[in-house]
Design a protein around this ligand. Sequence first.
Ligand SMILES: *Cc1c(COP(=O)(O)O)cnc(C)c1O
Length: 394
Amino acid sequence: MKNTTHPALMGSLNSPAPSNAVINFSPGPTSLPKEVEHNIAKIFNSSGLTTLALSHRSPEFVEILDHAVAMVRQVMEIPNNYEVLFTHAGGHGQFAALPLNLCKELTDKATYVVSGTWSERATEEAQKYCQVDIIDNKDSKTGKYTDFPTLTEEKIDTNSKFIYLCSNETVNGIELHELPSLPNSRKHIPLIVDASSDFSTKPIDWNGSGIGVLFACASKNIGHPGLTITIIRNDLLGKGKASPLCPGVFNYTTNSDAGNLWNTPATFNIEVVGLLMDWLEKQGGIKENEKRSIKKADLIYQVIDQSKGFYKTPINKPSIRSRMNVPFNICNGDEALTNQFLIESWEKGMVGLRTLTPFGTGDYLRASLYNGVTIEDAQTLASFMIDFSIRNKV
Ligand SMILES: *Cc1c(COP(=O)(O)O)cnc(C)c1O
């Protein structure tokens, strides 16, 4: 069975299945809902210039930008004391922008909660620009992250400029279904959230959770790579607050003052976010989308939990299992069966279940269930998983 050159085993996303049978379970970039992809195609069939050619300062684009910002605000129920920015350079751009904006001096302190690979990366980036305190609970035996640390007073320096966390660890499969509340004595510290892979899939209690900045790269749930939505509480803005080293293109105040037009924004990508938000609104808004996310994830976790160990997922606590990215292995990672699973599912059109990441292929396959994946799509995978386990019972 071992055939390392089969395209399915090399992470190919081009399945021979008919295009309407292809389901993209990639962790990102990935597919948007079919209706949104259709609306994107429509842009190019209309007369007039599109956002690939429109000047960012033209009235036509400004209308598209204003619409995208207004729809993000409406769908995500963002209060008036927050600014919505479209920033550059993906999630990684914000890993650097955050300490550069919130720590004026290299000696300023920041607290990073590390619960997986992405918060680890953010920490490494921040260490260039501030003094980082780390809160984590990596399993000392396995070196793996399987739980979210508790945030107690003694772990958080009262002078910390911010507390950073990732609300969905895309690789490890740990999600906060609700943001943690900080200890009373630390509520003055702004909470920073990397919501790159769960933004738009559940409501957010902005002021209640003490959010200072929340960012999400577009390429998981809401659009295309490069663009990031960065939402900032306005008391954190102001001239002279950022480090003098902060590049203009990363400076929150500079970009907020310029109304997202300090330099050329990613015009087309911004229009796509607007279309995605229109779609979410039409689908019943954020609470309905959360229900769909729960349903999709439940379908896959149920198969895993009822498989008597044929499938296993690394996160045992249901309260922190990711609804967005479901990691699973087959017969404890049996190589021949895993390869057979990947080839069979790929031939049926289920692609992206094992992709290369900056952290390797990992021990687990992963089903990513973003907005582009429907409940029916999740059911198709769940049914295949059941069928595969019956045929290959050991
Ligand atoms: C994908 C991802 C990132 C990185 O985003 P880029 O756009 O590739 O820079 C950061 N954080 C999380 C949680 C992610 O899933």
